[in-house]
Design a protein around this ligand. Structure first.
Ligand code: ZN
Length: 321
């Protein structure tokens, strides 16, 4: 079976692995990024780790089709590097793609991590066979990737589908992107915790405070714990959250007319308590004709999505060559 090497870059860790063409991860490992010490040391250690994996699998670079790299955006695709990525400060201009390609003597392809995840879910995950698919990840931020007519939409310079920055409220809180009330500023895990802390600081009484210990320690997890006990503030916060999430998904449905929206990311661990209201609201706010053909499902790749997504980019690139 054909195989590729895949790297999933993040602000705290770099995961890497050898992935077969059925999407199975043959072997994987990770190193700490230590992003503040710059790209060279991190990429060097990740390359070393990946070489060790190849040895353990008794593989040589020549046995591989190529290399896929998933990275936080924004990216400068023409130079194979990040360009002002908040998760990798100081890394702009260093050709991650070029250095990794050189280390193995193989073609490499870098893509935005959420776009790579979309391709991964399309080829190997929950979206197999769906030619029009949107992937949305809800975690500390909100990211997205779009498959149109069976192809990943990369856009004019590789940065398409920054769905986390759809404006939901022009009077909303500021977003690091420079906008206000972006989808991720209203509805990400970080936003859920922030809105809850604001309500508590304004004097709302709730079990959430007891569960968290202090206002500053509140996370989405505490909100969900209190929600299970029908705590009034948790119910209100969660209702607002699924309202924002549903509104955003409705915009996505109306824009891309997908057959399926695959939703991943840490917040989706909430399960039905998230999916049921979010789905109902999304389909209610979208045009009925578009809503009628769209299903909204949990991601299929779980914790492997980063590495498998990067691998999907490598398989796609190899197909074109
Ligand atoms: Zn924004």
């Amino acid at each position: 079976m054909r195989k590729v090497l895949a790297f999933d870059l993040g602000g705290t860790k770099i995961a890497f692995g050898v992935v077969a063409e059925d999407g199975s991860v043959l072997k994987s490992d990770r190193v700490e990024t230590v992003a503040s010490k710059g790209p060279a040391q991190a990429i060097e250690r990740a390359v070393e780790g990946a070489k060790k994996l190849l040895q353990e699998l008794n593989l040589k670079p020549i046995d591989l089709l190529g290399i896929g790299i998933a990275s936080p955006g924004p990216l400068d695709i023409s130079r194979g590097c990040v360009d002002g990525s908040p998760n990798l400060p100081g890394w702009s201009g260093y050709s991650i793609e070029g250095e990794i390609s050189k280390a193995f003597g193989l073609p490499a392809r870098i893509d935005n991590d959420a776009n790579a995840a979309a391709l991964g879910e399309y080829l190997f995950g929950a979206g197999r066979g769906k030619r029009n698919l949107v992937y949305v990840t809800i975690s500390t931020g909100i990211g997205g990737g779009v498959i149109v007519d069976g192809k990943l939409m990369r856009g004019a310079n590789g940065n398409a589908a920054e769905l986390g920055h759809l404006t939901l409220d022009i009077k909303g809180p500021p977003c690091p992107c420079g906008g206000n009330g972006c989808y991720e500023v209203m509805a990400s895990g970080t936003a859920i915790a922030r809105r809850t802390r604001e309500a508590l600081a304004a004097g709302a009484s709730s079990k959430i405070l007891t569960l968290a210990g202090s206002v500053d320690a509140v996370t989405t997890h505490h909100v969900l714990q209190a929600l299970a006990e029908k705590d009034a503030l948790a119910v209100k916060i969660w209702d607002e959250t699924t309202e924002y999430l549903g509104r955003g998904l409705a915009v996505i449905i109306n824009t891309f007319n997908p057959e399926m929206i695959v939703v991943g990311g840490g917040v989706t661990a909430a399960g039905d308590v998230l999916f049921t209201p979010m789905r109902t609201k999304a389909l209610k706010y979208a045009f009925p004709r578009l809503a009628a053909v769209c299903t909204i499902v949990p991601a299929g790749l779980g914790g492997d999505v980063g590495v498998v997504g990067a691998a999907a980019c490598a398989f796609e690139a190899a197909q074109k060559n």
